[in-house]
Design a binder for this molecule. Structure first.
Ligand SMILES: C[S@@+](CC[C@H](N)C(=O)[O-])C[C@H]1O[C@@H](n2cnc3c(N)ncnc32)[C@H](O)[C@@H]1O
Ligand code: SF4
Length: 450
């Protein structure tokens, strides 16, 4: 990538896990009845759901972290929290009126493995007791190497979990120290070996480029470990610096953060070696080995993306339980209370703990589809009048300069992202984002695209 392109396009922009993006949602957003109507409508159309459960606790604060978490060493919080999650689930079960069919179940956080294996098993049994499973179902969870015991892995495997996502971030102990993350290389190896022994079908590593004081040497060391461990998937995230949202990121010096070209080089180096090792890039921050379902879906142009990242299935109804969790019915989004106490209080009162959300207009659903196509397939077409709207044409006008810069090609009724445009998928989507152009706000809300 040329330096001038990077300088020109490295602006603050959303990651487009939703459209409209979260800062544009309304408070309070759809009410409980309105949301449940949307949920029922989508369930009637597709007959299938994905379920995300947010488990927010962690024992220690990693200062780089941008997730919603609560730090505590008090494990007495586990059971009451799970009981609230199960009550929240019971409200959806009552609304769907039958044993609904689950395709994907994902435990995220915080740190799901903060919870004891017994409590996790109690949670999963409580959910599945009131559900059926799709034939192609798949269960996954986020595992912090430091708190994932053999017993966690064994219990979750016997509860049906077949995928594990290990939070590695970087193998460098100097970086771990700097971001206050307790994790050894030996623990990562142990979790991988035990997961394989127990029959987990797919292991994902979360890795980050752009961490404080991260150098090319760190990336090369990471690559050496990857050569030995060969996880099926790798999420290679760009470090998101959002100190206004995650003040703990102020714990390190901003001048220690690789920026611009330096940061991009970390990515390019990682990408080059991953490709040499047989990994292929999916979307803009994922890699997978050829036999992986995600890569097969990507090649068949069946890739989809939701709040959890890329997935091989276009599941329209994504229900989310737990504090701060985000639900998506395709026509509407909702987010739960972000603090544990009001979340639990509202659930205990028999109420869905919604705090914000958005009901999409028909045009916004059209733009949402085009943004998804760009993020997942690096192309989108609008020959059919049903996928045309004024916002689409306004966006195409804004892309003239990027087209002239060789980032994309607009041919008749189709837009195709060219290889040089791949690092700038977020910029391309931005062109269609009417909310962004109305307010022209990016900095102070989103991280930079590179
Ligand atoms: C909830 S955390 C992972 C689970 C577990 N708590 C752990 O630390 O291993 C989800 C992932 O978000 C990513 N993440 C968190 N903060 C980030 C940031 N500021 N920039 C980029 N990625 C971030 C990390 O890769 C992390 O593994
Ligand atoms: S990175 Fe994981 S363990 Fe660390 S604070 Fe964030 S959620 Fe908790």
């Amino acid at each position: 990538m040329t330096k001038s392109l990077l300088a020109k396009y490295n602006i603050a922009a959303p990651r487009y896990t939703s459209y409209p993006t979260v800062p544009n949602w309304q408070i309070p957003g759809p009410g409980q009845e309105e949301w449940l109507l949307e949920v029922k409508k989508t369930y009637q159309e597709q007959g299938i759901i994905n379920l995300y459960i947010h488990l927010p606790y962690c024992e220690q604060l990693c200062t780089y972290c941008g997730c919603n978490k609560r730090i505590t060493k008090n494990h007495a919080v586990e059971r009451p929290y799970i009981e609230s999650v199960l009550k929240e689930w019971a409200m959806y079960v009552a609304a769907l009126g039958e044993k609904s069919v689950i395709r994907e179940l994902h435990l995220g956080g915080g740190t799901p493995t903060f919870f004891s294996p017994e409590n996790l098993s109690f949670l999963v049994e409580g959910i599945l007791h009131q559900a059926k499973l799709a034939p192609d179902h798949s269960f996954s969870f986020e595992a912090h190497p430091n708190s994932t015991t053999y017993e966690h892995l064994r219990t979750l495997r016997s509860s049906g979990f077949n995928r594990i996502s290990i939070g590695v971030q970087d193998f460098g102990q100097d970086i771990m120290l700097l971001i206050n993350r307790k994790q050894t290389t030996a623990e990562i190896y142990r979790v991988v070996e035990q997961s394989r022994e127990l029959g987990y079908e797919s292991i994902n590593f979360d890795l980050i480029f752009g961490l404080p004081r991260q150098k090319i040497d760190h990336i090369l060391t990471n690559i050496e470990h990857l050569q030995k461990l060969r996880p099926e998937r790798i999420a290679f995230y760009s470090y998101a610096h959002v100190p206004w949202k995650s003040p703990s990121q102020r714990a390190y010096d901003e001048t220690d953060l690789p920026r611009g070209d330096q940061k991009r080089e970390l990515y390019e180096t990682g990408k080059r070696f991953l490709e040499e090792m047989g990994y292929e890039e999916i979307g803009f921050d994922h890699f997978a080995l050829p036999q992986d379902e995600l890569l097969i879906a990507s090649k068949a142009k069946r890739l989809h993306r939701n709040f959890m990242g890329y997935t091989p299935h276009d599941t329209r109804l994504n229900l989310a339980l737990g504090v701060s969790a985000i639900g998506d019915s395709w026509g509407a989004y909702v987010q739960n209370e972000k603090k544990i106490e009001p979340y639990r209080e509202r659930v205990e009162n028999g109420e869905l703990p919604l705090i914000k959300g958005y009901l999409l207009t028909k045009d916004e659903q059209i733009i949402r589809r085009h943004i998804l196509n760009i993020m997942c397939k690096e192309s989108t077409c609008w020959l059919n009048p049903e996928v045309q709207c004024a916002d689409l044409f306004a966006g195409l006008e804004r892309l003239k300069e990027m087209e002239a810069d060789g980032l994309l090609q607009i041919d008749g009724h189709c837009l195709k992202v060219l290889p040089a445009g791949r690092p700038f998928l977020r910029n391309i989507c931005l062109a269609f984002d009417q909310h962004y152009w109305k307010h022209e706000v990016g900095a102070g809300r989103f991280s930079e695209v590179v």
